[in-house]
Design a binder for this molecule. Structure first.
Ligand SMILES: Cc1cc2nc3c(=O)[nH]c(=O)nc-3n(C[C@H](O)[C@H](O)[C@H](O)COP(=O)(O)OP(=O)(O)OC[C@H]3O[C@@H](n4cnc5c(N)ncnc54)[C@H](O)[C@@H]3O)c2cc1C
Ligand code: SF4
Ligand code: SF4
Ligand code: SF4
Length: 379
């Protein structure tokens, strides 16, 4: 059955990319949160003219069919020559130098920033002075807002744009634009998935109560104990600091530990945007396992894997400065050490998930996590 609007897309398939809202000619789509805190499109049927433009722009319902990338992408290891950029970035700091290369062309950069309420949104920035806002991975879904319309307007005015986002956001932009622009650089990353904004806020609120202070800054995958032993670091207005590593921070554990993973967006457990060849110019990621390939590398500081998919990606890559790079990296090696490039995280049981969310509403984040800590459930 052909769908007329995205209202009929099964909820668990919707990635929350916001492309339908950007496309709707009557602006009758709003994005509203469900009980788990994820955004989904809601259509005002009084204003809907049944044009189906929301369906044709949806990357799940109308995926790009033509291969836009090279069949054999090229793969590099890279890290910043600037120690501060490297430390303050999640992997090796490649994003910052890609962005600088695009600014040097007179371009703009779209990426995810924290808002004052610590939630995350996509914005378009104009200069490298603003880069700090976009740096670092934020492990909660970024609200795309009207970013696709903004990127399109910039491209139409001739301004080069680097767009960085999840693979589903990049797919959404590709379809939304509907044509190729020589001055658009699309960059996605190896994506495990995005967490529920509601769970994330509940976790932060409880930390604020414990530390008796508002939060000043959230910093996931902080490298105080090294990139391989990343920590969650949270700075409070009163000067206190929360620092917990990947084995002890409950929020990170609930994200990365398979048996208790239960608060990513449902679409992330069945993601259709995985793979090595992708319709983007570049893919970034953590170069997990690099120490097995290059023994003399300082892994504590972070190393990026960079996959180049297109001629345009290659041209941009050759203009990037301030990076140490190693070429001829085997994609097989990368795949073997970073499963999320190919596979979705397996779904935990629905019972476990619904128990978690119901406990979250009743007893709060930390107690809910504690109660379910050592339990395994099957449906
Ligand atoms: C939710 C998420 C899951 C990831 N999962 C994996 C994984 O499983 N394996 C892996 O190897 N790498 C993963 N990455 C990618 C990795 O963490 C780094 O973001 C990437 O390698 C770039 O690092 P960098 O050092 O070059 O620059 P950084 O400065 O760390 O770059 C961060 C870039 O990501 C963008 N960004 C940050 N948060 C978000 C967000 N929530 N939504 C959209 N864009 C965002 C920023 O705008 C910026 O452009 C993930 C990133 C995110 C955000
Ligand atoms: S069918 Fe057209 S008018 Fe209706 S919600 Fe979709 S895009 Fe908007
Ligand atoms: S996947 Fe994106 S375009 Fe499709 S319904 Fe969900 S938010 Fe809209
Ligand atoms: S895992 Fe897939 S669906 Fe989830 S945010 Fe990443 S690209 Fe989108």
């Amino acid at each position: 059955m052909e769908l007329v609007t995205v209202a009929d897309l099964p909820k668990e398939q919707c990635t929350g990319c916001w492309a339908c809202l950007n496309r709707c000619p009557t602006n009758c789509i709003s994005m509203e949160t469900d009980q788990e805190g994820f955004f989904y499109p809601v259509i005002n049927t009084n204003q809907c003219i049944q044009c189906s433009k929301c369906v044709t722009v949806c990357p799940v319902l109308s995926p790009v069919s033509e291969p836009l990338s090279w069949e054999k992408p090229k793969c590099y290891a890279a890290w910043s020559k600037n120690e501060s950029v490297r430390f303050h970035s999640t992997s090796g700091g490649v994003f910052t130098h890609l962005a600088e290369a695009v600014f040097a062309e007179g371009g703009m950069v779209a990426g995810a920033q924290y808002r004052k309420d610590h939630l995350v949104e996509h914005v378009l920035i104009h200069s490298s002075n603003e880069l700090e806002k976009l740096r670092q991975s934020k492990y909660v879904q970024s609200e795309a807002g009207y970013i696709y319309r903004q990127v399109q307007a910039a491209l139409k005015s001739g301004t080069p744009v680097l767009f960085v986002g999840t693979p589903c956001q990049c797919a959404a932009l590709n379809i939304f634009l509907g044509q190729k622009y020589d001055h658009l650089y699309l960059c996605d990353f190896i994506c495990r998935g995005v967490n529920s904004p509601k769970v994330y806020l509940a976790y932060l609120k409880e930390l604020e109560r414990t530390y008796r202070s508002p939060i000043k800054q959230v910093w996931f995958k902080n490298k105080t104990h090294g990139w391989n032993h990343f920590c969650t670091k949270i700075l409070f207005e009163n000067g206190e600091v929360y620092l917990a590593d990947r084995e002890t921070d409950p929020f990170m554990l609930g994200y990365i530990k398979r048996k208790i993973s239960c608060y990513m967006r449902p679409s992330c457990y069945q993601c259709s945007f995985k793979g090595v060849s992708r319709p983007v110019d570049l893919t970034l990621g953590d170069f997990w396992g690099i120490e097995n390939l290059l023994q003399d590398i300082d892994v504590n500081k972070g190393v990026s894997v960079v996959i180049i998919h297109s001629e345009k990606g290659k041209q941009l890559w050759h203009t990037v400065q301030n990076l140490y790079t190693i070429d001829n990296i085997s994609l097989e090696f990368v795949k073997n050490h970073n499963a999320c490039i190919i596979n979705s995280v397996p779904t935990n049981s629905n019972l476990y998930r619904s128990m978690f969310f119901s406990l979250l509403d009743n007893i709060g984040y930390f107690k809910a996590r504690e109660l379910l800590e050592n339990k395994e459930w099957s449906d």
